[in-house]
Design a protein around this ligand. Structure first.
Ligand SMILES: *Cc1c(COP(=O)(O)O)cnc(C)c1O
Length: 412
């Protein structure tokens, strides 16, 4: 109520954004709809408090309740991902990686990460990112024919490169990440293993992807993707790296923690431990497989031939369209997704030959396999009509009709 009165300009834009989220098909693989209890914690008075330090060791007074909240978040995170130590203060996935890398490596050390244009994240060694500037990077790739990782080849490459750390876990890899194989490779070359599970954390929490906990030295993850929490991240570590990780976060790179977001992370972890979350995670994968099949049935080639997880990489060049045109046409048709390079892409990264799709958000809306088929039909119709604005706005109306059957935030 206060916002509407005090700042109608910002208020009305938030209202418009809410309506946009209700009307459009959200297929960005890294997005989700946080439940109301998460929004409530994020919008709470905890935003007022300075809490530099950790529970029981703060620099400012007045942290009696904040300490209890952060401790709950820490305990739940450890339990959820099966790691002995958790830091819940990281502001974002990129900050979490910065902080975790500092805990494991010295400046100038060598690490291995997947190439950005093949599904790795910017923080996995891109030259325009701190990770590619502070450290020596040996990138690994997927195979050109299969578009998946060849673990035997990776073993050979790692033995030769002798990295201090290997990063696995990606932003655009539709297949299972074999953490056990990565552990063997890391052991064979004396490296630490960092599992960046940002995209698949919800699947892991819900038992729909193999866990990283038994294999990782350090796990980093965002909390706002498939895990369906507030925008932010956490770092989990083995006991011997605990101190270094905590120091890396504060005072190493951050000041005061965002305790309102930490409270929302605690709520999110609690949700992810419930039996319904297991069903949710399983349905995300079922929906991705159904969407993949239906899109493939429309004649689009899928990178690696399909999906094991929540995401699909569609090679739209297989239909003669580039990623940029596809993304823009889909947006006009009410389908929100992002263009992406595909492995060994011949287009520039800004254009790309692929479209990345994910099912965490539409699954949160309550959609199942039947709706995935409908979405695939809308997707194909939009891409058959990239030049026809009338046709695209018709698809947009159909998309809205479908979304209206699955109300979003009815209480807001
Ligand atoms: C999203 C993502 C990140 C970065 O998260 P931000 O919160 O956007 O900084 C890091 N690594 C992977 C694998 C991701 O998918």
């Amino acid at each position: 109520m206060a916002l509407k009165e005090k700042d109608p300009e910002v208020f009305s834009l938030i209202e418009k954004e809410l309506q946009r989220q209700r009307d459009m098909v959200a297929l960005i693989a890294s997005e989700n709809y946080a439940p109301e209890e998460v929004l409530e914690a994020t919008g709470s008075v905890l935003t007022n408090k300075y809490s530099e330090g950790y529970p029981g060791k703060r620099y400012y007074a007045g942290n009696e309740f904040i300490d209890q909240i952060e401790t709950i978040a820490i305990e739940r995170a450890k339990k959820l991902f099966g790691m002995p130590c958790a830091n819940v203060q990281a502001h974002s996935g990129s900050s979490a990686n910065f902080e975790a890398y500092r805990a494991i490596m010295e400046d100038g050390d060598t690490f291995m990460g997947m190439r950005l244009d093949q599904g790795g994240h910017l923080t996995h060694g891109s030259p325009v990112n701190f990770s590619g500037q502070i450290y020596k990077v040996v990138s690994y790739s997927v195979e050109q024919d299969t578009e998946v990782i060849d673990y035997d080849k990776l073993m050979e490459q790692a033995k030769e490169a002798k990295p201090k750390m290997i990063v696995c876990g990606y932003t655009a890899y539709p297949r299972t990440v074999e953490f056990g194989k990565f552990r063997e490779i890391a052991d064979a070359c004396g490296a630490s293993l960092l599992c960046d599970i940002s995209h698949i954390a919800g699947l892991i929490a819900g038992g729909a992807h193999m866990p990283a906990g038994p294999y990782a030295d350090v796990i980093t993850t965002t909390t706002h993707k498939s895990l369906r929490g507030p925008r932010g991240a956490i770092i989990l570590a083995k006991e011997e790296l605990c101190k270094a990780v905590n120091k890396g976060v504060f005072p190493g790179s951050q000041g005061g923690p965002l305790e309102h977001v930490i409270a929302a992370k605690a709520v999110c972890f609690q949700n992810a431990m419930q039996p319904e979350f297991k069903e949710y995670a399983a349905q995300i994968v079922k929906n991705a497989k159904a969407l993949a099949k239906a899109i493939n049935d429309h004649g689009f080639r899928l990178v690696s031939g399909g999906t094991d997880n929540h995401l699909i990489l569609v090679d739209v060049k297989s239909k003669g369209i580039n990623g940029k045109v596809a993304q823009d046409s889909l947006e006009l048709a009410g389908i929100i997704c992002n263009r992406n390079t595909i492995p060994y892409d011949t287009e520039k990264p800004f254009i790309g030959s692929g479209i990345r799709l994910g099912t965490p958000a539409v699954t949160t809306r309550g959609m199942k396999e039947a709706e995935m088929k409908e979405i695939a039909d809308l997707f194909a119709k939009a891409l058959e009509n990239t030049e026809n604005e009338d046709a695209l706005s018709k698809v947009r109306a159909e998309a809205k009709q479908l979304m209206d059957k699955f109300p979003l935030y009815p209480n807001l």
